[in-house]
Design a protein around this ligand. Structure first.
Ligand code: ZN
Length: 222
């Protein structure tokens, strides 16, 4: 077994000490909090956001554990072959029966910035390629924005809009709608500089909004 360096051990001790203090504060506020949560979770939304350490879903919504089901990856992408994301989506929609799915991007996203550049970064280039595809679809608009910062901000927004539509096009969401469930997919962007969320005003509420080629009937393959 490798013994941790003294400084590393101290840093880890501090994390555990912070955890104990937090659990104590939560219990002081609500003695039944953890017992209740251990029994069941009832999140009110599924959050699909960026893995960036500055965009912590519960913290910026000021919500306790148990309220938000979370999936995060670099640049909040919804890729239809990503079994990790799809499993989270299925569990949230079919088992937890969340009424809302939010895709939340953020300004100043390193993933989006890297996708706008032409330097190879390794494996991640294959992931960021999905953002380049979004850029390519909106090249006329984006190339027309002279200010690089504004162009990047706009790509952040367009990326969120595309990923929101990808959620809606999933069979998981289409099946929920076919069952008569109310399920809304929303697009938000978070500002690192002011800590505020913006609603992009785009929401998908039914199969008529996802494009005919993506609409599928249930019932499996025959
Ligand atoms: Zn990001």
């Amino acid at each position: 077994m490798v013994r941790p360096e003294p400084s590393e051990a101290t840093a880890m001790d501090e994390l555990f000490a912070r955890n104990r203090a937090w659990a104590e504060r939560m219990r002081a506020r609500d003695p039944e909090f953890f017992t209740r949560l251990a029994g069941q979770q009832a999140p009110r939304l599924l959050w699909i956001g960026c893995a960036d350490s500055r965009v912590a879903a519960n913290q910026l919504l000021d919500l306790d554990p148990g309220t938000v089901f979370v999936h995060r990856n670099i640049a909040n992408l919804v890729i239809h072959t990503d079994i990790n994301m799809l499993s989270v989506l299925q569990f949230a929609v079919e088992i937890l029966r969340v009424p809302q799915v939010v895709v939340c991007g953020h300004y100043g996203c390193g993933g989006v910035r890297a996708a706008m550049a032409d330097r190879q970064l390794g494996l991640i280039d294959n992931w960021l390629r999905h953002i380049k595809d979004v850029y390519d679809q909106h090249a006329a608009e984006l190339d027309g924005i002279a200010d690089p910062g504004r162009r990047e901000d706009r790509l952040v927004e367009l990326n969120v809009l595309h990923q929101t539509l990808h959620v809606a096009r999933s069979t998981v969401v289409q099946n929920a709608w076919a069952d008569g469930r109310r399920l809304e997919i929303r697009a938000w962007v978070y500002g690192l500089e002011d800590g505020l969320l913006r609603d992009l005003g785009y929401r998908v509420r039914g199969p008529e909004e996802i494009g005919a080629i993506y609409r599928m009937m249930g019932g499996g393959v025959t």
